[in-house]
Design a protein around this ligand. Structure first.
Ligand code: PEP
Length: 254
């Protein structure tokens, strides 16, 4: 059985004290209310990783991740943070290829393949995001776009390395817009992603790969989305900033 995951992406929100307090609430609610086998990940700003990872250590269901990293382990890259640094403060995951990074910071599939290598070689797990823009959906190009994001970003890996990857399908037109993909639209793409993985790595690897949905997922729509056969959880932006909403999304798997 592949792992079910609900991951929060705080983006550039919350100050340190707010983050610490929401994270403590999440941990307490998960302890008290989550009865299933789902895992919970909170991807916070770099400067909170150390504290949140220390808090998460004694809570087996809860892990911490970063939202990006540089592709090199060290060097003259002023202001950048490497996967090695993220590992050294106790985090376990790194979001890669979020559409906001592709769009605002020019991250290409090639750079993302290098960042994936850096994450894996530091024994971290990537949460690798793919998804089409509204224009790409309306022009019918979306299968090709997603296929090239996956193949150029991840298909240089061997099956064992790929086994460490969590994928997230996030249609750009659904992120932060309140417009969710329907469960059927999301399932169609998740099934397509799993088929592409099976072609590259074999059916058993595809069956074990966790593929999350992201894009205006909230306590009201999570259960319907997560009940689709190829949707293994969510990457949650806005709703992860309120502990009650986030844990209610997590509980869609209870
Ligand atoms: C995200 O940024 O990964 C995301 C899914 O955001 P939201 O849930 O706010 O649409």
């Amino acid at each position: 059985m592949r792992q079910k995951i609900v991951a929060g992406n705080w983006k550039m929100n919350l100050d340190y004290n707010e983050g610490l307090s929401i994270f403590s609430e999440i941990i307490n609610m998960v302890n008290d209310e989550v009865t299933g086998k789902q895992s919970v990940i909170v991807c916070c700003p770099y400067t909170y990783l150390h504290s949140l990872s220390a808090l998460a250590k004694t809570h087996p269901k809860v892990s911490v991740g970063a939202q990006n990293c540089h592709q090199e382990d060290a060097g003259a890259y002023t202001g950048e943070i490497s996967a090695r640094m993220i590992k050294s403060v106790g985090a376990e995951y790194v979001i890669l290829g979020h559409s906001e990074r592709r769009q605002h910071f020019g991250e290409t599939n090639l750079v993302l393949s290098q960042k994936t290598n850096a994450v894996l070689s530091n024994s971290l797990k990537p949460i690798f995001c793919v998804g089409e823009t509204l224009e790409e959906r309306e022009s019918g190009q979306f299968f090709d776009v997603i296929k090239s994001q996956i193949s150029e970003g991840l298909f240089h890996l061997d099956a064992q390395q790929f086994g460490q990857v969590v994928l997230a399908y996030e249609p750009v037109w659904a992120i932060g817009t309140g417009k969710t993909a329907t469960a059927a639209q999301a399932q169609e793409i998740h099934a397509f992603i799993r088929k592409e993985i099976a072609t590259q790595f074999g059916q058993s690897v595809a069956d074990e790969t966790t593929v999350l949905y992201g894009g205006s997922c909230n306590p009201k729509n999570a259960k319907e989305l997560f009940s689709e056969p190829d949707i293994d959880g969510g990457l949650i932006g806005g709703a992860s900033l309120k502990s009650r909403d986030f844990v209610d999304v997590v509980k869609a798997f209870n």
